[in-house]
Design a binder for this molecule. Structure first.
Ligand code: MG
Length: 362
């Protein structure tokens, strides 16, 4: 199966409600999609959201990276030469992890299709169901409480609550949500770098003193503030999860060995795809550090690629793969099915996506 061409398109999917974090507000998913065409007639699908505030990748930079650097470096290669293709993708240019992730997952899609197996089975996995949390955007407290109650009524048992914009008032937010949803619901808190280190310790300790039973606090301080992450991790009892602080396997090794966090959030858009994400899983497994698999504002192609990885690795104990749940429409045919909090894997070959119904070719 030889790579003949790599087409680039764009999908636009409105969100059910605007997505708000300490870093940004977004109304619709506007993502780049990649279609790798082969001599056998199979197509591999990939996707990249331009998340400039986190990855630095914009729509223009993703298109240029794929069209002018990544595609020319792998055209004509045999899909069976997976390791060779991955080396080309990751050596043809620095950074641009979103563009690399889109091409990487399309290559893995084809690799599994060529072997006539679902991707998670090719990766050695056997989990057929994954439970994801649902993100609650940062808003006025009563709105967040209402959104949390609605999520629970839709069957979600795990909420990921966005905070980080209003310092100590975040304690009130979490307390109001905990009181509303009761103690059976798992609450995760994501500050998206919104706190200073001492402020973070104060807020997290207050949540501990109030017995709010928080599963973890994600990225309390700035991504580059490694000592701040160490300080928070050492001074609270709650698990600290590194998100924006860990892109590469090198970042993961530093965070793990120097205690910059208790847990790691793996996202394909940060690692540059499945190939690098597998390396982080291996390191984390070695050190007995659990991982979460997360996503940006991704739709079904990229989130399903992440779901296949999660289904294949026991070290991934938490899933934050709510991208498709946040989308109002589904422009794809095929792939795992998303039923409330459950992602159900199936026997479709590759990632499972068979067709994009609405896509603007670029
Ligand atoms: Mg996060």
């Amino acid at each position: 199966m030889i790579i003949r061409d790599i087409k680039i398109g764009e999908v636009r999917i409105p969100l059910v409600t605007p997505f708000k974090t300490a870093l940004r507000t977004v109304e619709a998913v506007e993502n780049i999609v990649i279609m790798i065409e082969t001599d056998s007639g199979e197509t591999g699908f990939g996707e990249a959201p331009p998340t400039a505030v986190i990855t630095g990748d914009t729509k223009g930079s993703i298109i240029t990276a794929v069209r002018d650097f990544i595609a020319p470096s792998i055209k004509g290669m045999d899909i069976e030469n997976l390791d060779g293709i991955m080396r080309k993708i990751h050596s043809c240019m620095l950074k641009n992890t979103s563009a690399k992730a889109a091409v990487d997952m399309a290559v893995y899609d084809l690799y599994a299709k060529n072997l006539k197996k679902p991707l998670y089975k090719i990766l050695g996995g056997n989990r057929n169901t994954i439970e994801t949390d649902l993100t609650i955007s940062v808003n006025p407290i009563d709105e967040m409480v209402a959104d949390s109650l609605q999520a629970v009524s839709h069957g979600f048992h795990i909420l990921k609550v966005k905070v980080g914009k209003e310092g100590l008032r975040d304690i009130e937010r979490i307390e109001a949500i905990r009181n509303a949803v009761g103690r059976d619901i798992i609450i995760r808190v994501d500050a998206n770098q919104g706190w200073q280190p001492k402020e973070a310790v104060r807020i997290i300790r207050a949540m501990e003193d109030k017995d709010l039973d928080i599963d973890l606090v994600e990225q309390p301080v700035a991504a580059h503030d490694f000592h701040g992450m160490q300080y928070v991790t050492a001074n609270v009892g709650t698990h600290i999860l590194a998100d924006e602080s860990v892109f590469s396997v090198e970042d993961a090794i530093k965070i793990i060995t120097e205690h910059g966090a208790d847990l790691i959030n793996i996202k394909l858009m940060k690692t540059g795809g499945i190939h690098e994400a597998l390396k982080i899983c291996a390191v984390a497994d070695t050190y007995h550090v659990e991982c979460m698999i997360g996503c940006m504002l991704e739709s079904k192609i990229a989130v399903s690629a992440a779901a296949h990885l999660a289904a294949a690795r026991g070290v991934i104990t938490r899933a934050d793969l709510d991208g498709p749940s946040l989308c109002l429409t589904d422009p794809y045919i095929g792939g795992p099915s998303y039923q409330g909090p459950c992602i159900l894997m199936n026997e479709d070959y590759g990632i499972g996506i068979k067709e994009i119904k609405e896509c603007i070719l670029l």
